[in-house]
Design a binder for this molecule. Structure first.
Ligand code: GLN
Length: 500
């Protein structure tokens, strides 16, 4: 019994025992929560340190560092598609998670050994590792639930809190270690924490019983012909990809070619693989695809946080060179709000019972809150003094609204992918979901660059004006997406047949 759960076949009693859990959450969710929390510590710890490290240690200029940062982020999320693809077909979810985690540990320690010299190679190893870990642990969360279990969204909301506890701690700790004690310690800490996450996962994965094994072999199933070769082939193939990723990541001009090629190819492949699905499966996959496409727009707007909003925090909110509060708020308030409000929203969805909106309507709400947040970001210009200094309270309020929007969309999207895809396609569907994030990062960079003032001698007030004009436009785009989602909701609901 691997990943399949064909409804005609009798359900494995061990699996039924997991899914017939009492209360709000299955107990396995807590272990997955902890493993993912440490993985996100490692990921966001590295992410938070990237730009500062590249500028201060590798001598990159601001523009180059931004481009490089965007390229690395896009590749991380692109690799999740590869990780999901091979989990479905060869490795299974558990092996993929362990393999990905190991690569992340090796990647971190490689950089820690000699940060300046080994930065790109270590980052490339970590990128591939994240690709195997990230989508598949989310896929396992989805497997803990029966189809149609209304507690699934709440489970994903809780899981999402774990993600953000890790993100908040990693984002805060690693860059401080790097700046104050040396960059070896920054990357050493991400490696050590990742070991911890791996130990949590491997020591508790027995509780997943029949879930997440390779579709080619499992404890109850003898390996099919050529299984060992295929498994070794995936391990070897992922190692062979390191030089390729290294080449692409260390030269950000390749990013454009890469993004313009991968998206259409993956889309064509996805549509083609829908041909082998039943009509009902294909209809649900169409809904999943629509959600994925809209999420690109969401992340493109949302991910201004790593770029233009960080610049606004530095230029227009800091009271002095040494005032780090605005940038810290920019980096961590989103996670803090997620931690505080994800459980509340989870409870709200559960309390609403029959009145709970479906995923498409929740997406529309997500866009509306995002629009509200960007409308508030736009208003920063109205609170600015003649020197271009504006209000941190307004900035933080905008983050609150954006975060509520994220909570209506991101955990819901994760959950929806596992409701809409047949179980044999969980990995790849998760990969598609995160691939949309890769495009979101890419779009965010383009939007951010487009909003930046062209005049290098512009005053702080003029720079703020340029960004806030852009935020106003992004708010309008978000409202348009919300309206489109609402307009499509009836049709999508029909196609999803109650699965969204
Ligand atoms: N912050 C979430 C995470 O790290 C969502 C990221 C994304 O999909 N862009 O999992």
């Amino acid at each position: 019994m691997a990943n399949s759960d064909a409804s005609s076949a009798p359900l494995d009693p061990r699996l039924a025992a997991i899914r017939n859990f009492e209360g709000k959450y299955p107990k396995q969710l807590w272990w997955l929560f902890l493993s993912e929390m440490w993985e996100r510590f490692c990921f966001y710890g590295m992410r938070g340190a990237l730009t500062v490290f590249m500028m201060s240690q590798l001598g990159l200029l601001e523009k180059e560092a931004n481009l490089q940062y965007g390229a690395i982020q896009s590749f991380v999320y692109t690799m999740t598609f590869v990780g999901g693809f091979f989990a479905d077909r060869v490795l299974g979810f558990r092996r993929s998670i362990v393999w990905g985690g190991l690569l992340m540990v090796i990647g971190s320690f490689t950089i820690a050994a000699s940060p300046k010299e080994l930065f790109y190679i270590g980052t490339s190893i970590s990128i591939i590792g994240t690709g195997f870990f990230k989508p598949n642990i989310s896929g396992v969360v989805g497997m803990l639930y029966h189809d149609g279990d209304s507690r699934r969204d709440a489970g994903f909301s809780l899981f999402y809190s774990g993600i953000n506890i890790g993100a908040m701690l990693g984002g805060f700790v690693c860059v401080s270690l790097g700046k104050n004690y040396g960059w070896n310690w920054c990357f050493m800490s991400t490696g050590l924490v990742m070991i911890f996450g791996l130990v949590v996962f491997t020591s508790t994965s027995r509780q997943l019983e029949p879930l997440g094994h390779s579709p080619l072999c499992g404890p109850d199933q003898p390996p099919t012909l050529g299984t060992i070769e295929k498994v070794i082939g995936v391990y070897a193939g992922s190692l062979l990809m390191i030089p390729l990723v290294l080449l692409l990541v260390s030269n950000s001009t390749y990013t454009d070619y890469f993004m313009w090629t991968v998206g259409p190819v993956v889309l064509a492949w996805f549509l083609w693989s829908m041909l082998s699905c039943t009509a009902d499966e294909a209809k649900k996959l169409v809904v999943a695809l629509v959600l994925v496409l809209f999420s690109i727009m969401f992340w493109g707007i949302f991910e201004q946080s790593g770029g233009s909003l960080a610049i606004v925090a530095e230029n227009n909110l800091a009271t002095s060179e040494t005032d780090t509060l605005p940038i810290s708020i920019n980096n961590s308030s989103n996670s803090v709000f997620v931690i505080l409000f994800a459980p509340l929203l989870g409870i709200l969805w559960m309390k609403m019972k029959d009145k709970e909106p479906d995923s498409v309507v929740k997406f529309a709400f997500g866009f509306l809150f995002l629009a509200g947040g960007y409308w508030v970001f736009q208003s920063l210009i109205r609170f600015a003094d003649p020197n271009g200094h504006s209000s941190l309270a307004i900035f933080t309020t905008a983050y609150f609204l954006v975060t509520v929007g994220e909570l209506c969309l991101s955990p819901i999207g994760l959950s929806a992918m596992t409701k809409l895809a047949p179980r044999r396609m969980y990995g790849v569907m998760m990969g598609m979901w995160f691939l949309a994030s890769a495009y979101g990062q890419y779009v965010a960079g383009l939007l951010g660059a487009g909003m930046a003032s062209d005049d290098p001698n512009a005053t702080k007030l003029q720079k703020l004006q340029s960004y806030t004009d852009g935020y106003g436009q992004l708010a309008i785009y978000a409202v348009i997406c919300a309206v489109l989602m609402l307009a499509l909701s009836l049709l999508l609901k029909k196609l999803a047949k109650g699965s969204a």
